[in-house]
Ligand binder design. Structure first.
Ligand code: NAP
Length: 245
């Protein structure tokens, strides 16, 4: 007989994609391939995701931000940080009681569309905590903020002997379990990094990775792939283990 855990991991879900951008479109593709049903919204011009919708066929249809939020039992909230207020007001109460997986990094943008880290904000806050305050009846999970969007393609890891880790944080155990299943369905290894406040460290780790990409790999994002982006799972052997404990 299948264990409850196995069944939960394979359960087909209705997923709302709040913004099929660089990140959302990759996860939509993976989740559709895993058998989930999607309503996909684009912040901006819908026509840009026509090829994605054509590719996904019956598994996905286009919706507004509000419609995608209403449809999902679980919802991906993957919008550009300066757009949070506008998106939250469009969503209204449609995310109440739902698992909301947010992927944001606190990036500001100049008039020339140059991005910068909101370092003052990051000292004692995180996008996840702000979103939880704005959506107090939703169960927020943070995940996927450390992988550059091309690395969310399953194909990027097809030759890798290990799946990359995706860290997630949440204050809600059942939302954490749903996120865990969906991270696995997207082709990654879910790693529980504790309560939602840990989003601060996940966002700061994003700054660290940008610094490493810039200084060690001369801006080459492929370098981050070689760095493996996350704690490598290795077996240190008995001697090292004794030292650690
Ligand atoms: N991208 C990543 O590698 C990555 C990785 C981890 C986490 N995240 C986070 O996940 C969330 C979603 O990220 P995303 O990259 O998927 O967002 P996105 O929706 O693909 O792009 C962000 C927004 O910027 C607009 N935009 C792009 N280039 C522009 C330009 N030159 N001038 C004006 N507007 C422009 C896009 O509009 P159009 O689409 O209409 O052009 C879109 O509204 C963000 O909070 C991000 O910080 C991103």
């Amino acid at each position: 007989m299948l264990s409850t855990h196995y069944w939960e991991a394979r359960k087909q879900m209705k997923i709302g994609i709040l913004n099929a951008g660089n990140v959302g479109s990759r996860l939509a593709r993976a989740w559709a391939a895993a058998g989930h049903d999607l309503v996909i919204a684009k912040d901006g011009e819908d026509r840009k995701i026509a090829p994605l919708l054509a590719e996904l066929g019956d598994r996905a249809r286009l919706g507004t931000i509000r419609e995608a939020a209403e449809f999902g039992e679980a919802v991906l909230f993957s919008v550009y940080w300066p757009r949070v207020d506008a998106i939250v007001s469009e969503v209204g109460d449609a995310l109440d009681g739902k698992t909301v997986i947010e992927t944001m990094n606190p990036l500001g943008v100049t008039a020339e569309f140059q991005h910068f880290h909101e370092l003052d904000f990051m000292r004692d806050n995180s996008t996840s905590e702000v979103l939880q305050q704005r959506l107090p009846k939703a169960q927020i999970v943070k995940a996927f903020n450390l992988l550059g969007s091309p690395l969310l393609e399953a194909a990027a890891w097809s030759k890798s002997p290990v799946q990359p880790n995706v860290f997630y944080v949440s204050d809600d155990a059942s939302a954490g379990q749903i996120a865990r299943s969906l991270i696995a369905d997207a082709g990654f290894k879910p790693i529980n990094a504790g309560p939602l406040k840990g989003a601060r460290q996940l966002e700061q780790a994003g700054v660290l990775l940008h610094h490493i990409a810039e200084h060690e790999y001369a801006g080459d994002a492929e370098g981050l792939v070689r760095l493996a982006l996350s704690v490598i799972e290795a077996n240190p052997g008995p001697i090292l283990r004794e030292r650690i404990t």
